[in-house]
Design a protein around this ligand. Structure first.
Ligand SMILES: NC(=O)c1ccc[n+]([C@@H]2O[C@H](COP(=O)([O-])OP(=O)(O)OC[C@H]3O[C@@H](n4cnc5c(N)ncnc54)[C@H](OP(=O)(O)O)[C@@H]3O)[C@@H](O)[C@H]2O)c1
Length: 337
């Protein structure tokens, strides 16, 4: 019976200013209601801690904003406990918009059944995840159109999307892959563990000077996750016909009413280059193709995705802050059960 479960959920108590504070959230416990037709009860296993979560805490978000008092949005994987539809049965693992809570009652139409015979459920949030592997795949192969011989720069390179994007650039035939990340540990991670050619530690090095050193002929593709000064530094160094992929802008998400655009955008005109943004959902009809390709590279060891797992729903606010303070390597996940 569904009513034996008590759901603990995290709701938005106040709209954050800058970095989300613990006091912006509240935790509520409620007995799970019996399921209506078409619904499924899922025990939430692991949540994907994504940058878009910060943006939906603001009013007027591109992704649907969370209402005050509403459960905070999050994608996740979990195990079916009860189901009112024949295509999902107890024990199945599913992916969907589970939210920041321990038990999710959702329409079956919002859930995808996972094949966990080859990879762990968490891989559907990381390597094969829409907001990680798939985002990197379409950014590198479609928007950036990386081709053999390109010099590719990735910002936010030691994070989830960035770490995959750099490795995919190599698979696409890039001659030089340069990652920009904060701190010596992340720089070493990029070069020693992920096989980037060069890492620039933007917290301790002059990004413009290092780029001139490691990409003297210019940058052909920039996969940008952070915006701000780092994007400007790379624009100074682009080659003729460069492609700047706007995947995200970590440096701007705490101040969405006052986003700072690139100072150096005229370099695009001088060097016949283009800047193009995308949302992974624009490529929804091709997710199967991307998943198959990523799964193959994961299987043959050409793609490595490190997971950083925090524990407990109550750690959600601190884990979300970690995205902005940079305390993780690779894919940031929160284990809930
Ligand atoms: N277009 C799409 O459809 C799509 C889908 C998913 C994600 N994204 C975007 O992809 C980007 C990365 O997301 P993710 O989930 O993979 O996060 P992540 O890279 O795992 O974590 C974010 C990283 O950004 C860096 N960072 C934070 N604030 C910064 C600042 N002010 N300046 C420079 N670097 C900063 C931190 O690394 P350091 O320690 O190196 O500073 C942090 O590790 C985000 O911009 C996100 O919005 C886009």
């Amino acid at each position: 019976m569904a009513d034996q479960y008590v759901n603990r959920r995290m709701v938005l108590a106040a709209r954050p200013v800058g970095l989300p504070a613990d006091s912006d959230f509240e935790f509520i416990e409620q007995v799970v209601e019996p399921l209506a037709p078409g619904m499924v009860l899922v025990e939430v296993n692991t949540l994907s801690i994504d940058a878009f979560i910060r943006t939906v805490l603001d009013e007027g978000s591109y992704h649907q904003s969370v209402k005050l008092g509403g459960t905070v949005t999050a994608l996740g994987v979990g195990r079916v406990l009860e189901s009112m539809v024949p295509q999902l049965v107890p024990g199945d693992y599913v992916f969907g918009p589970l939210g920041a809570q321990t038990f999710a009652s959702l329409p079956a139409t919002t859930l995808r059944k996972l094949d966990t015979s080859v990879v762990a459920p968490s891989a559907y949030l990381g390597a094969l995840g829409m907001t990680t592997g798939l985002t990197a795949y379409f950014g590198i192969f479609e928007v950036g159109a990386v081709k053999p011989g390109d010099n590719v720069v990735v910002s936010g390179a030691a994070g989830a999307v960035g770490s995959v994007a750099g490795q995919l650039a190599r698979i696409a035939g890039a001659s030089t892959v340069i990652g920009i990340a904060g701190g010596p540990h992340k720089a070493a991670f990029l070069v020693d563990e992920l096989g980037f050619d060069f890492a620039i530690d933007y917290k301790n090095e002059d990004v413009s000077a290092r780029l001139r050193e490691v990409a003297p002929k210019g940058v052909n593709v920039m996969f940008d996750n952070v915006g701000g000064d780092i994007l400007d530094a790379v624009l100074e160094q682009i080659a003729q016909g460069a492609r700047i992929v706007i995947c995200g802008a970590m440096s701007q998400y705490g101040q969405m009413q006052h986003v700072s655009g690139p100072r150096n955008y005229l370099k695009l005109a001088e060097r016949h280059s283009r800047m193009e943004g995308f949302a992974v959902t624009h490529f929804g009809s091709r997710f199967g193709e991307a998943e198959q390709a990523l799964g193959g590279w994961l299987g043959d060891g050409r793609l490595v995705v490190r997971e950083h797992i925090e524990h407990g729903l109550d750690s959600f606010p601190a884990t979300l802050r970690m995205l902005f303070t940079g305390g993780h390597h690779g894919k940031l996940l929160l284990s809930v059960s």
